[in-house]
Write a protein that binds this ligand. Sequence first.
Ligand SMILES: [Zn+2]
Length: 448
Amino acid sequence: MRKNVRWLLALSLVLCFNLTLFLRGQELELKSTEFLKKAVAQVSEQNLASTIKTLQSFKTRNLLSEQKAVNFGIGAARRWLLKEFQKISGLEVIDDGYLLPKQGGRIVKDTELHNIMAIKRGKSQKERIIIVNAHYDTIAVSKDGKFNYEDVNTEAPGANDDASGVAAVLEMAKIIAGYETEATIHFIAFAGEEQGLVGSTLYAQKMKQQGKNVEAVLTMDMISNIKAGNGYIESTRVRVFSEDPNDSPSRELARYVRRIGEMVLPAMEVDLIFRADRFGRGGDHTPFVVEGYPGIRFTEARENYSNQHTTTDVFDNLSVPYCADITRIILASVLSLACAPEAPVVTNERGAPLLGRGQGYDAELRWKWHGEMNKIAGFKVYVRDTKAPFWERSYFAGKTDSFILKNVSIDDLTFGVAAVGTNGLESLVSVYRMPPRRRAEYVFQEIK
Ligand SMILES: [Zn+2]
């Protein structure tokens, strides 16, 4: 009898402990949802519309177009963007300029290229960098319907491609400037995208050469068209492209955005496309992915090919409410990441995952964290089948550096762990991956 009582007491203690953790996890989720919903309520459709219309008003923003005119060409567009960023207090505005000599098939004369950007410095972890970007340059086919890269001053309004993305970046900069973030955010309008991702390539290489810790790159390119040329209309889905494999850092960033999107705007479907980009097309996230940084691309659900790179890519063909919804999802994701703690480390010094079988048949997860434990709420463990596209369950583990799942095979599931701030906001999930097997060398002599 006494033994039974003791056993019951132990069981109820365990249940109580788990229940407390569970409730704490729920409480943190609610807190973060409330915080992010307040932020996205600030997105202004009027601001988005006004930016798109102004950028369109420069007639063309071709990289090689007019530089000096007041209200025509890329020079005028760039000076206007600089001024818009400068109006926002609390941001450091940078004209990231380059001289490019004539080269390749698309840079048909010597030119200047200017990425226009604003930096929001982080408070406690300023070395963590999140890059939110779109491209402000445009291109259009000539009157014969073909690309002629010499035809630099031909009309190219680029309202959707990609004034819509730039409008989102500018709106996010305005709103996020009012918050205190832990990580640093670079809000960038790239140039030379249409000449082959030139501005983003130069910037990605610069980040790599300077050894910068870029933890996320979010590119928006064409986020305002809802009607396809075949008549299909969709205004409640956005596509997010991320490179394979299924547990790549880019895919994990995409999953993060999907989770946040469901929290703040459940009516919108954040549709993860499991490939790096659209067929035969490029995006400014790619040069960052090439340098080893996690990068994803947002694009409308339905494209209208006959308006792309033509004089009909104009404001009147766009949906501003749709653009605003996509902006809300990205804004919430960026703010969440920037206000969350840094992600835990789930590998040892040799790069092997800190994942074991516990007593023999369990999953034992361990992790390292370099921040101050008293400044966070704890850690959250994520689990999914190796074949599953999204995380299937999660456990709030509290302030600890290990977690055991009883009678669970580590070989059959994928595990991850995120750090959770006292504000409920979560870091990216660090995933336990198998390191690639190294090539072995043996000493031998062939038997003749
Ligand atoms: Zn584009």
